[in-house]
Ligand binder design. Sequence first.
Ligand code: SF4
Ligand code: SF4
Length: 190
Amino acid sequence: MLMMPTDRRNTTFLDEVIAETPGGEQIAHCMQCGSCGGSCPNAADMDHTPRTLFALIKAGQRQEVLSSNTFWNCVSCYSCTARCPQNIPITEIMYALKRISLRAGLAAETDAPALARTFTGLVDKYGRSFEFGLASRYYLFNKPLSMLKMGPLGLSMFTKGRMSLVPTKIRQLDQLQTIIKKAKELGGAS
Ligand code: SF4
Ligand code: SF4
């Protein structure tokens, strides 16, 4: 069961990660086999492999871990989770580290946190992603000069019917927004 984030003054960083992750207590059983990094399609772009990250978590290296780009490069493919011999919920831990790093103001200097914020803002508002809005808002607020380069790709997607110019809302959006609101309250997010 997911516990509420705990008071850091009385807990270790490992406790903090466990409290944030369903089934996270399994991390204590990591045997450093490296199967996770070996099966990860994005390991080459991570500054620490998942195996190393877990060793750093156990060693209490909070700043080092939370400023890592590892979890921002995780694409949630679940390969590592499926292959872990210790049933450690690695992908869920990656999600947990994203949340903790954002709260701590330690998110890595990569595009991913800004993209994640833009994406979740759209899901809050429409109940689903809206590719045109996602790309235009992300580039406008974070990389305005790069917008021009993305123009041809956007036009190609639009002409092939892969991107709409207007967002559509899901039905019963109010119910989803209530769920998101409750999840944010439970997770301590603003
Ligand atoms: S596959 Fe599991 S046990 Fe092996 S290093 Fe990764 S997390 Fe640890
Ligand atoms: S879920 Fe994330 S960390 Fe695990 S293999 Fe896939 S990309 Fe790598």
